[in-house]
Design a protein around this ligand. Structure first.
Ligand code: UDP
Length: 249
C-alpha cells in the first residue's frame, strides 16, 4: 500500500503487539531487524493521521506463568511483575526504534518508574494522541496474573479506541491451529460468542469478554507481512474481524 494513499478508517486505534514481534521466529530477546521492520510499518501508518496507542507484550523476554512454573523460589506474583517489566524493556526499544524513523512517541508505564517512562495517565495519553504522538503503553495493567491482551482491551476502553488490532504470526483466526492442520479454515468474520464457545485462540478470555461487553471489534491479522498494519488501519478486509455480529448470515 502506498503511504500517501493511506486513508485511515478509524480515528483512534489500539495496536497490540506481542513480545514475539521483537525477536526472530523461535528466538528470544530483541532483534533490531524485526524491531525496525515493525517501526517502519508504524511510521507509514501514522503518516495517514490515525491516532495510535500500542500495548506491547513481553513474551520474548519473560512470561510470568511460565517462569513461576519452572522457578520454585520465585513466587507467582513476582514472576508476573518480572513479565510486566519485560514489557517496559520492549517499550523502551520500540520507542527508540520509532523515534529513529521520525515518529514522535511517548512511553507510559502502568508501574511507576519516572526515570524511564511517564506514568499511565488517561488524560495525558489522550492529549499525546491528539497531538499525533504514538503512545506506547508498557507494564500491562500494572497488576499480576493477567496478560497484555487484557491490558490492551482495558486501555482500548479507557482511551475510547475504535478498534483493537491484534498483530499475530498467522493470518487470522482459524478453526484449528493452521500450523498443525493445513486444512484449517480461516474465518473472515466471527462473533465474540463463537470465539468463546469454540475456545479459539484470539486473545485471553478476560480480554475477549471486555471487548464483547463494550462492543470493541478486534481485528486479528499477520503483522509480519509488510503493509498489513496499514491495511488494517485503512479498513481493508484482512485477517479476521471479531465483532458482536460475527459472520454475515
Ligand atoms: N503481565 C502481568 N500483568 C499485566 C500484563 C502482563 O502480570 O497486566 C505479565 C504476565 O506475566 C505476562 C507477561 O507480563 O505473561 C508478559 O506479557 P504477555 O505474556 O502478555 O506478553 P506477550 O505474550 O504479548 O508477548
Amino acid at each position: 500500500m502506498s503511504v500517501s494513499n493511506l486513508r485511515p478508517a478509524y480515528k483512534r486505534v489500539l495496536l497490540k503487539i506481542s513480545g514475539e514481534s521483537f525477536c526472530r521466529e523461535g528466538e528470544s530477546g530483541i532483534s533490531m531487524a524485526e524491531l525496525s521492520s515493525v517501526a517502519e510499518q508504524i511510521r507509514d501508518v501514522v503518516k495517514g493521521g490515525v491516532q495510535l496507542a500500542i500495548v506491547c507484550g513481553g513474551g520474548n523476554i519473560l512470561r510470568g506463568k511460565q517462569f513461576a512454573d519452572i522457578s520454585q523460589q520465585i513466587v507467582p506474583s513476582t514472576a508476573h511483575y518480572m513479565g510486566m517489566l519485560a514489557t517496559v524493556i520492549n517499550g523502551l526499544a520500540l520507542q527508540d526504534a520509532l523515534e529513529s524513523v521520525g515518529v514522535a512517541t511517548r512511553l507510559q508505564s502502568a508501574i511507576r518508574m519516572e526515570g524511564v517512562a511517564e506514568p499511565f495517565i488517561r488524560r495525558r495519553c489522550l492529549r499525546h494522541l491528539e497531538k499525533g504522538r504514538v503512545v506506547i503503553l508498557a507494564a500491562g495493567t500494572g497488576s499480576p496474573f493477567v496478560t497484555t491482551d487484557t491490558a490492551a482491551a482495558l486501555r482500548a476502553r479507557e482511551i475510547d479506541a475504535d478498534v483493537v488490532l491484534k498483530g499475530t504470526k498467522v493470518d487470522g483466526v482459524y478453526s484449528e491451529d493452521p500450523m498443525k492442520n493445513p486444512h484449517a479454515i480461516r474465518y473472515s468474520d466471527i462473533s465474540f460468542r463463537e470465539v468463546l464457545e469454540q475456545n479459539l485462540q484470539v486473545m485471553d478470555a478476560q480480554a475477549m469478554h471486555h471487548c464483547m461487553e463494550h462492543k470493541i471489534d478486534i481485528i486479528v491479522f499477520n503483522y509480519k507481512k509488510v503493509g498489513n498494519i496499514a491495511r488494517a488501519v485503512s479498513g481493508e478486509r484482512i485477517g479476521t474481524r471479531v465483532s458482536t455480529e460475527g459472520r454475515a448470515s
